[in-house]
Ligand binder design. Structure first.
Ligand SMILES: [Zn+2]
Length: 356
């Protein structure tokens, strides 16, 4: 079972808003004097960044265990019900709330960059290749001299993957379906560019066949495995597996289910909207050296550079595995673009209902 993000405050706020909530108050299981409560309370006036289409509740806040008790809530019983899966929403009787909330709103303007190859037979059906073009910017509090986070790996490498994909696909005979190349903005701030796209899609989501997302290319020698985020979600992985097999490779999961990676890059807003999506990750089952060497090298690189100022281009990058994976994704997209297949969600996926 994969970890999910449904425990996150943002998801709960989205769902509450969808069901008509004006505001969201989070019950924190900590007493007024606890550090956990102080931390929570101090974050109350932090900046929230929302895209058009995101749930913007009128207010949000938190109460601690002492307040909950005063309201007649039995925290122990509630916790037990949550743990057993028996928790159901209930009204808190005889409680009135008055709220005074002040907010300052800044509008940030940024851009997704889209390009397309128009399909010759079914131009209204689209396959999207996406990659975010932003990174985390400048951090004056970063340790060391270098305060500029260039993000060469995350995600200049992915944007280059999409540009190269466009170049190669443009060189192939024109496809039946339209292929879109999307460079998404503000992924690092919470997938904002992709959420904005999905809220106001340029190409209708109902006729968007799939999204293939590239966030950080693998940098190693050849690998046998092609890990993907969200293994078990949809049939794109079966198409990819068939292509990988021809190269003596195999599709695997990302090996870190506790990270909930499927919920953390630009494919995910498409997924939430019911569009089957797939994101490949970095193989660790090296052809030369096996899994142990591959995993150790990957962990070292990820630990050293991920979201650090040291994420810079280097002449010793080995792009062999990147080219291998991009070649598979090229074939995957081209097959979809020249076929009439609609990838489907697996029966166990929580996203299958949206499009059906
Ligand atoms: Zn990224």
């Amino acid at each position: 079972p994969y970890a999910t993000n449904y425990q996150s405050g943002a998801y709960k706020a989205d769902e509450a808003k969808r069901r008509g909530a004006l505001g969201v108050i989070t019950l924190v299981k900590a007493a007024a004097g606890d550090a956990a409560w102080t931390r929570m309370a101090s974050g109350n006036d932090r900046t929230r960044t929302l895209t058009p289409g995101a749930a913007d509740t009128e207010f949000s806040g938190a109460i601690n265990a002492d307040t909950a008790k005063a309201l007649g809530l039995d925290l122990e019983a509630l916790t037990a019900r949550t743990a057993s899966g028996d928790f159901r929403a209930f009204a808190v009787p005889d409680v009135k709330l008055s709220v005074e909330a002040a907010e300052t709103i800044d509008t940030l303007r940024t851009h997704n960059l889209l390009a397309k190859i128009t399909g010759t037979k079914r131009p209204n059906e689209t396959i999207i290749y996406s990659a975010h073009w932003d990174h985390v910017g400048v951090n004056e509090r970063a340790p060391g001299e270098d305060k500029v986070f260039n993000g060469a790996w995350d995600n200049a490498s992915g944007t280059i993957g999409v540009v190269e994909m466009a170049r190669q696909l443009k060189a192939a005979p024109a496809p039946d379906r339209t292929i879109v190349f999307a460079h998404m903005a503000a992924e690092e701030m919470g997938l904002l560019g992709a959420y904005a796209y999905v809220a106001d899609p340029v190409y209708p989501l109902a006729t968007t066949v799939a999204d293939i997302n590239i966030d950080m290319l693998p940098l190693s020698g050849p690998t046998k495995d092609v890990p993907i985020f969200g293994k078990g979600q949809n049939s794109l992985e079966d198409d990819l597996q068939a292509l990988a097999e021809k190269e003596g490779r195999y599709v695997s999961d990302d090996g870190q289910p506790e990270q909930g990676f499927y919920y953390r890059s630009d494919h995910f807003p498409f997924v939430r909207a019911g569009v089957p999506a797939l994101m490949p990750w970095h193989g660790v089952d090296w052809v030369n050296g096996g899994r142990e060497a591959g995993l150790a090298a990957w962990k070292a690189k990820f630990g050293a550079d991920y979201h650090k100022a040291s994420d810079e281009w280097s002449a010793d990058w080995d792009l062999t595995s990147a080219v291998e994976n991009l070649t598979l994704l090229y074939r995957l997209g081209l097959d979809l673009a020249n076929g009439d297949e609609w990838p489907t969600w697996k029966p166990t996926s929580e996203f299958g209902q949206v499009r059906a």
